[in-house]
Design a protein around this ligand. Sequence first.
Ligand code: NAI
Ligand code: MG
Length: 358
Amino acid sequence: SVRKIYKIASIPADGIGPEVIRAGIQVLNKLASVLGEFEFHFNDFEWGSKVYKKTGQYIPEGGLDSLRDYNAILFGAVGDPDVPDHISLWSLRLAICQPFQQYANLRPTRVLRGTSSPLRNCPPGSLDWLIVRENTEGEYAGQGGRTHIGTPWEVATEVAIFSRHGIERLMRFAFACAQKRHRRKITVVTKSNAQRNGLVLWDEVAAAVARDFPDVEMDKMLVDAMTVRMTLHPETIDTMVATNLHADILSDLAAALAGSIGVAPTSNLDPSRQYPSMFEPIHGSAGDIAGKGIANPIATFWTAAEMIRWLGHEGAADGLMHCVENVCERGIKTRDLGGSANTKEVTEAVCNEVESVL
Ligand code: NAI
Ligand code: MG
């Protein structure tokens, strides 16, 4: 068969971003050479806070267009102590997600073999979730403003936008994801008791979409109650779909309950495949550990697995995760997982595992 060639734009950006992306590229290249089924051509983009502080821009003129020809984007993390977080986030990450209509943000969460949950009652297999987050509108639509700035009567608005089109395409995607998982179960997370406009529309569209997926079992839950259910009854949940803000918060909780933010991956998908999708670890630039070589690269390895899954190589993705879990099981883990290995040691162990197992 023909070896597929993928052009990948890598944007390591800030803090531990470059450390974990370097590790991810190493593992992806190893996987490619061992399997022989695909090949990656990486192109590094130097975008990030360092360049911003010199030029005043995160994405240079024409930069967004130059990403369009890639099969996928591999993103590290953005965030710098000298730049307000809303500037860095909106100028780089959201500046790609929104115009590229990466409306579905997927966050698989489970307790990896060889790692453990901080929950007391969490036997293997009982925490295995897929969070589907709306990624282009809602509370992060960017609508609002400030007037009377600096005066005692200053006002600021942050308007959440919920469009029927935006909700429906997300719900259809989420239900289709739930249908592909063996439990075929989805929880629609909402807050329609208090947010009586946008979230009531959210519920109505969910109910209408549910009728087209009779084989998917749906339930509905208020977001505050959802945090309790995730903590006390993780085994009752499979797929969850939630708004931009709600899912942002729930997925950090999910990552912590599953063991560490250092293993959690995320995919920003344009399901129409008109634009490249973007794959990144959930964690940020982690200034407290940057430059020390101790960041956990597993979030990026899992992210890499999700990227190759999206490119159509399901078996390779599962194979990579199998190797990652073997390495965890052998105790080669970074500090956030209770081990003492550094980034390089975990990366080399995963490469060796790929070489010997796949
Ligand atoms: P963070 O995820 O960077 O760090 C939170 C804690 O988790 C820190 O103690 C850090 O050391 C630890 N941690 C994170 N990733 C780790 C890894 N791979 N291995 C081991 N430990 C890890 O979140 P924080 O501190 O809230 O934000 C720091 C900066 O990152 C801010 O500027 C923020 O805006 C930005 N950020 C960027 C994101 C992105 O680019 N998508 C996402 C979240 C935050
Ligand atoms: Mg977050």
